[in-house]
Each structure stands twice: as C-alpha cells, then as structure tokens.
Design a protein around this ligand. Structure first.
Ligand SMILES: Cc1ncc(COP(=O)(O)O)c(C=O)c1O
Length: 452
C-alpha cells in the first residue's frame, strides 16, 4: 500500500411529477435530513444485493469491493445479464427483415423492449422511443436532425454551466454549422441552476433550452416546470438529459411536459451500447432523418429515397438487439422494485453519505445540501490532495470512486477546481458501504497529512 500511495503522491505533486409526487419527495427529504448521520431504515440495499453477484468480490489489494461509481455506470442484475445471453443462445436473428421463426421471435422481443421503455417513462406510444447507442448519440441525433432543419444563424440555445460534455459539444458543433448562439446559465450560491438568470436570457430568439435533469456532479435537480414555462412562453423546445434521473426516480415524460429526454441504458441496470431518445411524436415526425441505411427508409430509388415514420426513420442499420432486449429487462427489474421506493431509499442513504462526508475535516462537497434535494452522490475535494490520489488510495481499500472532471470541464472551471473525487450510490449500496468509504477516506487523509 505504501508503495502505491507513494506513487500516488508523486503523481499528484507532479501533476499538482406532479405536486403530490413532489410533496411526497419533500417529506422524504425532510425526514432524511432530520435523521442526519443516522443510517437508513430501509433494507432495500440488503434485499437487492443478491441480484448483483459482481459486488461480492475482493479487489487486487485483497480488500472487499465497495462499488461507489454508479453515476459512471451501474451494475447489472442477473436477469439482465441472462436476457442478453438468452438472445444469443436461443433466438439470435436480425430483426424486421425475416419471416422465419427466429427473426420473428427476435423482432417481437426487440419491439417489446421498446414498449417496456415507453411504459417506464410513461410515453403516450412506443413510437416515441428511438433506440440509440447511448445518451450522447441521442443528443447528437436531435442536434443533427431537428437542429439542422430548424436552427439558423442568430437563433439562441440556452444550456447551463453544469452540463455533461455530451450536452455541450453537439450544440457547439451545431453552432459551428449554423451560426446559432449558445448561452450558459450560471449557478446559485447552492450551486443550482439560477432560474432568475435563465429568465433574463430567454427571449424571442431562444429556440431551445436544454439541461441535465439531475447533475452528475452537484447532484442538483433542474427546475423543470419553470424551464418548460419559460420555454413555452417564447415557443422554444426543451431537451432534458435524463441520464442521472432515469435510474433513480420516476421520470414521467407527460408530467414533465418537455419535448425530448435522453437516457443511457448502462446507468439504469442495462447493458452498454444502448440508450434511447424519447421525443413527443409530433416533434419526432417533424424531424428529418440523420443517418441513412437499411430500416430507415420507406422506398429507395436510384435517384432518391423516402423515409420511414419514426422511430424507424432514426434507426438506420442493424440495431443493438440483445442490448435493447436486456434494457427492457432492466426496466422490468426497476419497475418491480418500484422507482418511488428506489428514490426514497436513495434519499435516505444519499443523505447519510452527505452527512458523514461533511464530518470529515478538510472535505468540500459540491452541490446543494440534502434539504434542498440532491441525488445520492457526492463530488468532493480534500484540501491539499489531488482527487486522483484520493481515489488511488481509496482503491487500495477496495473503494471504487471516480476522480477527474466527470466530463464536466466547464463546471469544474466554474467551481475553480481542476477536478473532483466522486462517490455515487445506487439502491444496492448499503450503509456499510458508506461507512467503509468514510473510514478509508479518513485513513487516506491521515496518510497524506504525513507529507505536509
Ligand atoms: C448527466 C450525463 N449526461 C450524459 C452522459 C453521457 O452518457 P453516455 O456516455 O452513456 O452517452 C452522462 C454520463 O456520464 C451523464 O452523467
């Protein structure tokens, strides 16, 4: 451990819904903050752990693995892994293209997955779900189809400084192509999106407001109702990056009233390589295709082609069939537990994490306090220690945390730090995971204090 830690030191020195739902959520938040530093009473973590055998292992250093990198990617329950494997073992065939038995079976399973995702987000119809590789591709799809058709020089798109790079760069590329202007809303004292500033930026040139539903760094939740109201006032569209909300709380697209949401399967117990775009059907119907190929056409002639209706219009080529089916299974799994139950538990254990971390001297946690509502993650820094070094030492104790800019360089610049460490929980984490993390962090800080 000392050798690795010393290497780490060297590294650092060298690099030196609806109101009812919302009322209910706030009651849970109030209860949770009153129970500060008390471990959660719910046993959801213990109940679900058996579904994730991957958690039951020792790391290279011989320590028990404590997986706290769920905001980057979640673990997958057995039934999701099985669903993925069964497709290849039992009915592997291409979809939509064959009349034979296996192809029909694969097509039915693929289209059933679309229905499951539609139900998961309460879409009006499964035609509103477009499968993509991930959330990044879904945002690029909107920027390249809707953006290319409707955005022109001088139009304005409003984002915030806390966006993931996936929700910045596609709009920068669109701005380069069209000459539209990007405007960025700053944050309040509690590091939440500043609605007053947003209000001052919205005008008749605003064509889109887009932000993360929940930030992967501050854990704060966007004021969606206010954003939608402001956008509708000037006829602008709203795209919500729901990567960090979909796995953790009920996301109801009809209640949210936005135009698009994007999600990544791998963060919500599904496989990598699959994500989705939900778009209101009339909005999807107004969008031209992006990538050309099989499946997305109605008729192809040598001179020109006509295009399929959504969602097929946006799914050129052979899709990620096994991954889509497994994501549908992940939606079944999460729905069976109950998204409200998952959210309530995460409020409790997330508050426990926040309160215990706040007690550690020299630690700065980013984002709003639990009483204002925050996701079950904490991005933080330790005075005088590089976050990479913090996480390298935590790893020696089996604690898997992430360090770096978490694909939010502008946010870290805004916060005045090069990066941060991040512990992010999911419903299968237990209070003992938080305790192990805090103990290891205290030892890490003690170790580094010897080098001061
Ligand atoms: C808030 C947010 N948006 C977008 C993404 C991008 O997701 P993906 O890399 O799966 O496209 C992430 C992933 O970390 C995220 O946390």
């Amino acid at each position: 451990m000392a050798a690795v830690a010393a290497r780490a030191v060297l590294a650092s020195t060298s690099a030196s819904k609806a109101r009812r739902r919302s009322d209910r959520r706030h009651n849970v938040l109030r209860r949770a903050s009153a129970a500060a530093t008390r471990a959660p009473t719910s046993t959801l973590g213990e109940e679900t752990r058996k579904d994730f055998p991957i958690l039951d292992q020792k790391t290279e250093s011989g320590a028990q693995l404590v997986y706290l990198d769920n905001a980057a990617t979640s673990q997958k329950p057995n039934e999701v892994v099985d669903a993925h494997m069964f497709y290849y073992k039992d009915y592997n065939a291409n979809v939509h293209r064959g009349v034979h038995y296996l192809s029909s079976k694969a097509t039915d399973a693929y289209e059933l997955a679309r229905k499951k995702i539609a139900n998961f987000v309460n879409a009006k119809t499964d035609r509103e779900i477009v499968f993509t590789r991930n959330a990044s591709e879904a945002i690029n799809l909107v920027a390249n189809t809707w953006g290319s058709k409707y955005i022109k020089a001088g139009d304005e798109i409003i984002l915030s400084v806390l966006e993931h790079h996936s929700n910045i760069v596609p709009w920068q590329l669109l701005a380069e192509r069209t000459g539209c202007v990007l405007k960025f809303v700053k944050l309040t004292d509690t590091q939440e999106l500043d609605v007053d500033e947003l209000r001052s930026l919205v005008n008749e040139r605003t064509k889109l407001i887009t932000t993360a539903h929940v930030s992967n760094v501050t854990g704060g939740e966007a004021p969606v109702a206010e954003i939608v109201k402001l956008a509708r006032g000037v006829g602008a569209k709203v795209l919500l990056d729901a990567c960090q909300s979909l796995p953790h709380m009920k996301v109801d697209v009809q209640t949210l009233g936005v135009d698009w949401i994007v999600g990544s399967g791998h963060k919500m117990c599904g496989p990598t390589g699959i994500g989705f775009l939900w778009g209101r059907l009339d909005v999807l119907e107004s969008m031209p295709p992006w990538m050309g190929g099989g499946e997305m056409i109605a008729d192809v002639f040598l001179e020109k082609s006509t295009y399929a209706e959504p969602p097929g219009r946006f799914e050129a080529g052979t899709p990620a069939i096994a991954e889509a089916i497994a994501l549908g299974k992940a939606c079944d799994y999460l729905t069976r537990i109950g998204m409200d139950r998952i959210h309530d538990y995460e409020v409790e254990i997330g508050t426990y994490l926040y309160e215990r971390l706040s007690e550690v001297p020299g630690v700065t946690i980013y984002g709003p306090p639990p009483a204002r509502g925050r996701a079950s993650l904490c991005a933080f820094n330790v005075d005088g220690v590089h976050p990479n070094d913090v996480c390298t030492l935590l790893d020696q104790s089996g604690i898997a945390c992430r360090s770096g800019h978490h694909c939010t360089q502008p946010l870290h610049r805004y916060l005045g730090v090069p990066g941060s460490a991040r512990a992010s929980l999911y419903f299968y984490n237990v209070p003992a995971d938080v305790d192990a993390f805090i103990d290891a962090l205290r030892s890490t800080i003690e170790f580094f204090s010897e080098f001061e």
